[in-house]
Design a protein around this ligand. Structure first.
Ligand SMILES: CC(C)(COP(=O)(O)OP(=O)(O)OC[C@H]1O[C@@H](n2cnc3c(N)ncnc32)[C@H](O)[C@@H]1OP(=O)(O)O)[C@@H](O)C(=O)NCCC(=O)NCCS
Length: 203
């Protein structure tokens, strides 16, 4: 995905992207079980309002998931492909999820047991001060029905519940309005995001 913009709430500072070039070997922990869950809140801060409740999603046959257990990486990759994201090697995607601090995905009920992901968002970070949001996606068949907002509201809520105040992301121009609607601001206080890209630097 090309980086065209940098959005974050006001009074924040820039962060660098964390995607490794494909030539770097996969860390050995890739064999570890794929389980990464967003912990529940123990703060007293006011929860963010949700535009669609879990119950309303359930009535549409959609379940909110905050744990990578049960997430079908092939199905997630298929959603990435359908929106034009580059397809990720499953083993690398697994490592990325193992190093993800918070994730929310929406599962459409399957006829037999676990269903497929139809929306997804995740964040990496230091767990206390800073986070960067990645891979926000909604299956094209369900775009425009509030699911993008639903995953992002929950992800932002989970991060805020942990006391994380700096939440940044990289936005393609066509989705800047979507992130603005969620409270993100581009270049707050004139701060510019800067990216070191191995592809651009050719080394
Ligand atoms: C961007 C994306 C995640 C939005 O998800 P979505 O489910 O289609 O959006 P929602 O239905 O939740 O829309 C919520 C609100 O955002 C608005 N919105 C959605 N997409 C928008 C866009 N591209 N620009 C401006 N506003 C947008 C909607 O109009 C809606 O407004 P409302 O609450 O006032 O009615 C989804 O379109 C997507 O997966 N796109 C392809 C992948 C992508 O580009 N991801 C972002 C990478 S940086």
């Amino acid at each position: 995905m090309q980086v065209h913009g940098f959005l974050l709430p006001p009074n924040r500072f820039p962060l660098l992207p964390s995607t490794p070039p494909s030539s770097i070997p996969i860390p050995t922990q890739s064999a570890a079980p794929l389980i990464r869950c967003t912990s529940t809140s123990n703060t007293t801060s006011q929860p963010l309002p949700l535009s669609i409740s879990d119950a309303e999603l359930a009535a549409r046959g959609i379940r909110v998931r905050r744990c990578s257990a049960g997430l079908d990486l092939e199905a997630l990759n298929a959603v990435f492909a359908r929106v034009g994201f580059p397809r990720r090697e499953a083993s690398r995607l697994r490592v990325a999820l193992e190093h993800t601090d918070a994730l929310v995905w929406l599962e459409e009920n399957g006829e037999a047991g676990e269903g497929a992901p139809v929306a997804f968002a995740r964040a990496t970070g230091d767990g206390v001060f800073n986070a960067v949001v990645w891979d926000v996606v909604v299956d094209p068949a369900l775009q425009g029905t509030g699911l993008g907002k639903a995953v992002m509201e929950r992800l932002l809520g989970d991060l805020r519940d942990r006391g994380i105040v700096n939440i940044a992301l990289y936005a393609e121009p066509k989705v800047v309005g979507f992130y603005r609607m969620l409270g993100f601001a581009a270049d707050p206080d004139g701060i510019k995001g800067m990216v070191y890209s191995r592809r651009k630097n050719k080394r």
